[in-house]
Design a binder for this molecule. Structure first.
Ligand code: C5P
Length: 298
């Protein structure tokens, strides 16, 4: 018997970042929107814990115990006094090291899949606790939809979304390390008074209304200057999307994937085509959000 869970990627429509805390993390006001790019995580009973991965970026995925899927299985097994004797296979479609929470999605997927396979029947709260131990973005991957994350991003409040938003994502030629982008944020803001991060009310209203123009006027990402500083060519990708009629352009999370909000599906297809021929990115995908969180499919 095996269990398969499908988990979505995310884009941060607002990422407000505070000053570094004593523990090195940053307080955030992080508005997550799950979008319809998915990884699939399948767990099957095995003699010992083993991780495999398939997909175009599979070569960049670590298959050892540091992978969040292995850590998720071990965390759940540890709590229930059993061994994590499973083969975990990741079918990877979310870009690796792209700022779209692909690794976090896999962690949430493995956790839910093991819970079902083992019949542990952990409560939602317990699963969310384990997710928060695994990483700041992992709880959101479990719940999906749209949510405001505070603290280091792990304390979630579900948000209402009144419509479907159409997006184009441009994948970059290389990845960016999230800790490196936060370190660059610290360097760029050194000596400055970094305000407390707060969610933008116009942005929350735009989500609730399902209004792409209003959302476009309100999106922001405080990590964008840091990502552009480490990867200046991203400015060319953003400019190409803007010239093609995107309502808003932004770096997704810590990058380097760039995100383009479109008025509708037709406009998204036009922006995607322009980006594909711009020579400023490795590949392009169109999708929409909100998308559901981790879901058992088999
Ligand atoms: O929580 P997660 O393991 O995903 O975070 C990866 C890295 O990103 C952290 O080690 C830290 O350097 C940085 N980070 C941060 N503040 C946050 C979230 C992440 O500084 N709120």
């Amino acid at each position: 018997m095996s269990v398969t869970v499908r988990v979505p990627a995310k884009v941060n429509v607002q990422l407000a970042v505070g000053a570094a805390r004593p523990d090195g993390f940053h307080d955030l006001a992080n508005v997550f929107l799950a979008v319809g790019l998915y990884d699939e995580v399948t767990v099957t009973p095995a003699d010992a814990l083993r991780v495999t991965c398939a997909g175009p970026d599979a070569g960049q995925v670590p298959l050892d115990r540091t992978n969040l899927v292995a850590r998720a299985a071990e965390a759940l097994a540890g709590r229930y006094g059993r061994t994590a004797d499973v083969h975990i296979h990741i079918n990877k479609d979310i870009p690796v090291a792209g700022g779209m929470a692909g690794g976090s999605a896999d962690g949430a997927g493995a956790l839910l899949a093991c819970d079902v396979l083992w019949g542990t029947q952990a409560s939602r709260e317990e699963l969310l606790d384990i997710c928060a131990e695994l990483g700041s973005d992992v709880p959101f991957s479990l719940v999906g939809g749209a949510a405001l994350g505070t603290g280091r991003g792990e304390k979630l409040r579900t948000l209402e979304v009144g419509g479907i938003f159409h997006w184009v994502f441009a994948m970059a030629s290389r990845g960016l390390s999230t800790p490196a982008v936060f370190r660059e944020f610290d360097r760029l803001t050194e000596g400055l008074d970094v305000p407390e991060p707060v969610a933008s009310q116009p942005l929350l209203d735009a989500l609730a209304k399902g209004d792409p123009e209003a959302l476009a006027a309100a999106v922001s990402n405080d990590l964008q200057p840091a990502a552009l500083s480490l990867f200046p060519e991203l400015a060319d990708t953003l400019a190409a999307g803007r010239a093609a009629g995107a309502l808003a352009t932004l770096v997704s999370g810590s990058g380097p994937t760039t995100a383009f909000l479109a008025r509708d599906a037709e406009s998204a297809a036009k922006v995607a085509e322009a980006l594909r021929t711009s020579g400023t990115c490795r590949s392009v995908r169109t999708t929409s959000g909100p998308a559901p969180g981790a879901t058992v499919t088999r």
